[in-house]
Design a protein around this ligand. Sequence first.
Ligand SMILES: *[C@@H]1O[C@H](CO)[C@@H](O)[C@H](O)[C@H]1NC(C)=O
Ligand SMILES: *[C@@H]1O[C@H](CO)[C@@H](O)[C@H](O)[C@H]1NC(C)=O
Length: 251
Amino acid sequence: MLSTSLLLLSTALAFAIPLDPAQHPFLPSSSLSSPPPLDLQNATRLPLTLGVMSLCPDARLCESVMDRVFEQTTSVAVREAGGERGGGGKVRVGELVDLRVEFIASRNSSAPYGTTCKHGDRECRGNVQQLCAERYWGAESAWEFIQCLNYDPNARVGNERAARECGRLIGRDWTKQLQQCVEGEEGRKLARQSAKRLSKLRVEKSCSILVRGEVVCIHDSTWQRCPSGHEVGDFKRLIEREWERENGRGR
Ligand SMILES: *[C@@H]1O[C@H](CO)[C@@H](O)[C@H](O)[C@H]1NC(C)=O
Ligand SMILES: *[C@@H]1O[C@H](CO)[C@@H](O)[C@H](O)[C@H]1NC(C)=O
């Protein structure tokens, strides 16, 4: 309940405050000092990972903050005319990243979902549902799916009916193949591989935010180890700066 009201409060605050406080308060945004935007089309996406446990309130909070970050428009990239989505459109921060949501758990081949999870088997099932959604729908739809489940995680995460309803809400079918993925060896394998990637990176806290495999911020009851900040605007600037570096432009 507390985390719900905090989340609502932070959402309300985010809408009350201008989302992107001027980066250069004394310069117009088209200042000569800022380099021209890069073409999105041939750019490399910045690897961004969230290490979570699907039933953890910290995961829900991080995912909600990152969703607001991804919705921001960015001026570091442009979509040139002739691009597959047409030219001249605004580029969102979400288009700069290659997002992976990975799940913290201990690998356990005798457990029903291939792992043992801090919040029980329902969390393991929730992790597997999200991994299977990513596998069959792609990262973008899986992200929308997660946002839908997070609306009421205690009722929805790990619940098959909720998975179907959230799928329908985002225009995707929760197919037989997906359900087989969740219940079969495929889902167990995805869960074990995801847990293994995180343990190699020594990620143990939900939620951990990583850029190129390096932790840049953690929310574990409170924000911790976030040298670049933890507000929506801070994450936006961090992603823009690292995306530019990824594409050969240091700042
Ligand atoms: C992007 O890549 C395509 C295919 O490799 C190439 O034809 C095009 O010139 C590139 N555009 C830019 C702006 O570099
Ligand atoms: C592995 O999973 C089984 C079945 O859920 C469980 O009984 C056992 O305690 C788990 N082992 C570890 C080390 O978590």
